[in-house]
Design a protein around this ligand. Structure first.
Ligand code: 5GP
Ligand code: MN
Length: 341
């Protein structure tokens, strides 16, 4: 149940806004795009002028969502985003909770001083929002958008396209309903989205079974050539350099899901994917099974964060140095990692 006074405040903010912009995090995933598109279609159904802005491109396997191709990409066209922000009266931030994660786009947003509403499910939101819907118990931001829509009495304004976008966000953020983050309420929400006659089979097929040949081979290469397992620390990692990525004609989204693969090993409780970026920094994706919090681990050592079992980070060290540092961090936490499950 969402606090009534917050819902009333949100209603007033939406009623008072003509032009609304929805922002989400860099390297947008299924929940980021799903919640942004779902919310946009809902607000458009209320007669608002609404824009979804993404900091950079998202994977092709999310591009089928209704009007996904109308998301404005800041990296590709900063002036267009600036023009949209100059007429925006209200901003929604979905699936992330700190404007500083937006880098250049974040700086631009700060200059405009537009009121911001948060809809998110990550720990430690910034207190830079006029209104916060921050719920750590929901499976995904897309689920939270559904709850807000329903409690505002707007369920009947959810189109099939909006429902499909929200379903995609829930499906991808829960590992197809398998992670601990999905709970009985999640399944009630999913049941209701199915009542809206979404095509779930098409969604699963499009999101999961449309790999390019190169992406599939990259996955095989990661497992056979690149995976390192520290048996005594119950930890595995895969480190991909730009050279590796180029070899497989890397496109945005091609490494999606790879970090989860080592967790299928019986005695691996933590898995990390290191991906070298074109600016020389390294993006980290961390996953865990059981009680060990990769959110705490990433906050403490890698300037990152996220959730207990799924977090990210970014380091400016060179890959070989970073891997040495990582091994030390893992060794220092080996007891906690090993007793995670
Ligand atoms: P992924 O590994 O899929 O990129 O990210 C996993 C989770 O961690 C997502 O919920 C994502 O929003 C969060 N995350 C990823 N990178 C960062 C980061 O640099 N900082 C913080 N605070 N969260 C991150
Ligand atoms: Mn999410």
């Amino acid at each position: 149940m969402i606090d009534n006074s917050k819902l009333e405040a949100l209603k007033k903010l939406i009623e008072g806004a003509t032009c609304i912009t929805i922002l989400t995090h860099p390297n947008p995933d299924g929940d980021a795009v799903g919640s942004s598109v779902g919310l946009r279609l809902l607000l458009k159904a209320l007669g608002k002028e609404v824009y979804s802005v993404v900091p950079n491109s998202f994977p092709e396997f999310l591009g089928w969502m209704e009007e996904a191709n109308q998301c404005l990409n800041y990296e590709q066209n900063p002036p267009l985003v600036e023009e949209v922000l100059s007429k925006t009266d209200l901003i929604f931030c979905v699936d992330f909770n700190s404007i500083s994660r937006l880098n250049g786009l974040g700086e631009l947003v700060k200059q405009f001083g537009i009121p911001k509403v948060l809809i998110d499910h990550h720990l430690f939101p910034e207190d830079d929002f006029v209104l916060q819907f921050s719920d750590l118990t929901v499976s995904s931001t897309s689920e939270l958008v559904y709850h807000i829509a329903k409690e505002l009495g707007l369920r009947s304004h959810l189109s099939v396209g909006a429902a499909e976008a929200l379903y995609t966000g829930i499906m991808t953020d829960t590992g197809s309903f398998s992670y601990a983050s999905s709970n009985p309420t999640t399944f009630h929400v999913v049941a209701d989205l199915l009542e809206l006659e979404i095509n779930k089979d098409k969604i699963h097929q499009t999101v999961y079974n449309t790999f390019s040949e190169e992406r599939m081979r990259l996955m095989g290469y990661c497992l056979s050539e690149k995976m390192v397992v520290f048996k005594s620390y119950k930890t595995a990692y895969i480190a991909l350099t730009l050279k590796d990525l180029n070899k497989f004609k890397y496109k945005s989204g091609d490494t999606e899901g790879i970090v989860n693969l080592p967790l299928s090993i019986h005695d691996v409780n933590v898995s990390v994917l290191f991906t070298e970026q074109s600016d020389g920094s390294v993006k980290m994706s961390l996953r865990s099974k059981g009680e060990f919090s990769v959110n705490d681990f990433s906050r403490k050592y890698f300037y990152g964060g996220g959730h207990k079992n799924a977090a990210g980070g970014r380091m400016s060290m060179k890959m070989p140095e970073l891997l040495k540092y990582f091994e030390i961090c893992v060794r220092d936490n080996a007891d906690e990692i090993c007793k995670s499950i």
